[in-house]
Ligand binder design. Structure first.
Ligand code: DGL
Length: 270
C-alpha cells in the first residue's frame, strides 16, 4: 500500500514534488495517463471513464488513498465518483478543496453562510473542461461573497507541455494572460487551476505583473495531504519506494519528467 497520485500526464508531478518534499518517507505511486492526455478537451463522461479506470489501476497497485492531482478530473469526475464508485475502505481526494479553503479562509466542512473574504478579484486559468464545469465558481460562491472571478480557458498549454514544446507553451501562456487581462485588467490574485501550469509559473507571473499573487496549488495540496494523513494514519503506505507508471511511451515520458523535476525519474509502461 502506498499513496497514489493521478494526473492525465506530467502536471501532477508539480504536486508530487511538493508532497515528496514535505513527506520524504511516504512512498508514492504516480500514474500518468499520457496516452489519453489532454483530458481538458474531453467531455465529462469521457473524463469520468478515464479517471475511474486510472483509479482502479492505482487500487490494483495497492493504493487505498489516491490524490487526483488533476483539476480537470477533480472538477469533472470526482463528485460523481464519490456518489457511486468509491468503496468505503478507499479514499480519493481532489486538488480543489485546499485551494478553496485557502481562498475562503475556512475549512471545507464549515457550513456557515458565505462571508466577505480578503480577495476580491480572482483570475482563474484552467483547462476548457474545468472552466466548463464551473466547479470552482460554485464552491467559491457557497462560501464567499463579493469575489469576482474571471475565468480563462487555456486551450493548448497542456498539449504543448506534454509534447515538450516549451516555446509554444510559453507563447500560449502569454496569449491567455493577455486575453484575461483584457477582461479583468487588475486581478489581485491568479489561480493556476491546472497542475501543468506551475511548470510555467514564472511566465504566468511575468505576464501578469509583480502585483498579482499567483497561488501555488501544489504547496496547499501537499500541506492538506500531510494533515489528512496525520488524522488517518491507517492510510499511510507500507511500500518502500516511489514508482511511476504511464499509459504512454515510458522513455519519452521519463525524459520530460526528468527535465521538469531536474532529477532522474523513470516511468514504467502500464
Ligand atoms: N493537469 C491537468 C489539470 O490539472 C491537466 C488536464 C488535461 O489533461 O488537460 O487539469
Amino acid at each position: 500500500m502506498a499513496v497514489g497520485i493521478f494526473d492525465s500526464g506530467l502536471g501532477g508531478l508539480t504536486v508530487f514534488d511538493k508532497i515528496n518534499l514535505s513527506l520524504p518517507d511516504l512512498p508514492l505511486v504516480y500514474f500518468a495517463d499520457s496516452a489519453h492526455a489532454p483530458y481538458g478537451v474531453r467531455d465529462a463522461d469521457d473524463i469520468y471513464d478515464l479517471t475511474t479506470s486510472a483509479v482502479s489501476q492505482l487500487w490494483n497497485q495497492g493504493c487505498d488513498l489516491i490524490l487526483l492531482a488533476c483539476n480537470t478530473a477533480s472538477a469533472a469526475a470526482l463528485r460523481r465518483m464519490q456518489e457511486n464508485f468509491i468503496p468505503s475502505n478507499k479514499r480519493v481526494l481532489g486538488v480543489f478543496v485546499p485551494l478553496i479553503e485557502a481562498l475562503t479562509e475556512r475549512n471545507w466542512g464549515d457550513n456557515s453562510p458565505p462571508r466577505e473574504v480578503a480577495v476580491k478579484n480572482v483570475a482563474l486559468f484552467a483547462t476548457p473542461a474545468t472552466i466548463a464545469s464551473r466547479a470552482f465558481q460554485r464552491e467559491l460562491a457557497f462560501r464567499a461573497i463579493g469575489v469576482d472571478v474571471e475565468a480563462q480557458s487555456c486551450g493548448g498549454i497542456v498539449d504543448a507541455i506534454e509534447e515538450g514544446d516549451l516555446i509554444l507553451a510559453e507563447a500560449l501562456v502569454r496569449s491567455h494572460v493577455s486575453a484575461l487581462l483584457r477582461k479583468m485588467p487588475k486581478p489581485q490574485s491568479a489561480i493556476l487551476g491546472c497542475t501543468h501550469y506551475p511548470l510555467l509559473e514564472n511566465i504566468f507571473q511575468e505576464a501578469l505583473g509583480a502585483d498579482v499573487t499567483v497561488s501555488s496549488q501544489a504547496n496547499l495540496v501537499a500541506d492538506s495531504l500531510s494533515d489528512y494523513l496525520s488524522r488517518h494514519p491507517n492510510m499511510y503506505g507500507v511500500g518502500e519506494v516511489s514508482k511511476f507508471f504511464t499509459t504512454g511511451q515510458a522513455q519519452n515520458v521519463s525524459e520530460r519528467a526528468t527535465q521538469f523535476l531536474r532529477r532522474k525519474i523513470i516511468f514504467e509502461a502500464l
